[in-house]
Design a protein around this ligand. Structure first.
Ligand SMILES: [Ca+2]
Ligand SMILES: [Ca+2]
Length: 161
């Protein structure tokens, strides 16, 4: 998304090279997707304006959002709530998040992932996507491991008579 003005040159049959007298109006903002008009005006030494030259510049966004940091595999204790916040950036452009498994998980606008159901012991593969508003997508696949490391609750002693 970098635009460099190619510039212009001017030559007058009477005054010679007038390139140094060119007045450029360049409203291009590299960080904002839009169509811009760059104009070049030059006046010769006799005060005669040359035909204005106009260029149209399109600033596009073809770069997907970038994970910061890249989402990592997660381990969660059985019976506890899963909470994991992911982040992606795309300078100046809002991003939206999505996940493939919306039965077991949900993700909000800030990239905060939560479980929707009690997660069974085992592993879940989760594909997390992030989009900018110009159709560029990035994704990351993580594994969520649900494990039980809690020992059973106190043993019951029963007296037999
Ligand atoms: Ca982008
Ligand atoms: Ca986030």
């Amino acid at each position: 998304m970098i635009y460099i003005d190619a510039g212009a040159t001017a030559f007058d049959t009477h005054d010679g090279d007038l390139t140094g007298s060119i007045v450029t109006i360049n409203p291009v903002d590299n960080t904002t997707v839009d169509t811009y008009t760059v104009t070049y005006n030059v006046i010769d030494l006799s005060g005669n304006p040359a035909v204005q030259e106009i260029r149209t510049v399109h600033v596009n966004d073809t770069t997907p959002p970038v994970w910061l940091p890249v989402p990592a595999d997660q381990i969660v204790e059985y019976g506890t709530n899963f909470n994991y916040d992911v982040n992606a950036t795309d300078p100046g452009i809002p991003v939206t998040y999505g996940i493939n498994d919306t039965v077991n998980f949900e993700i909000d606008g800030n990239g905060s992932i939560k479980n929707m159901t009690v997660l069974n012991i085992g592993t879940y593969g989760l594909n997390i996507t992030v989009n900018d508003s110009y159709g560029n997508t990035n994704y990351s696949v993580i594994t969520i491991t649900v494990q039980d490391t809690t020992p059973p609750a106190g043993t019951q002693h029963r007296q037999i008579k």
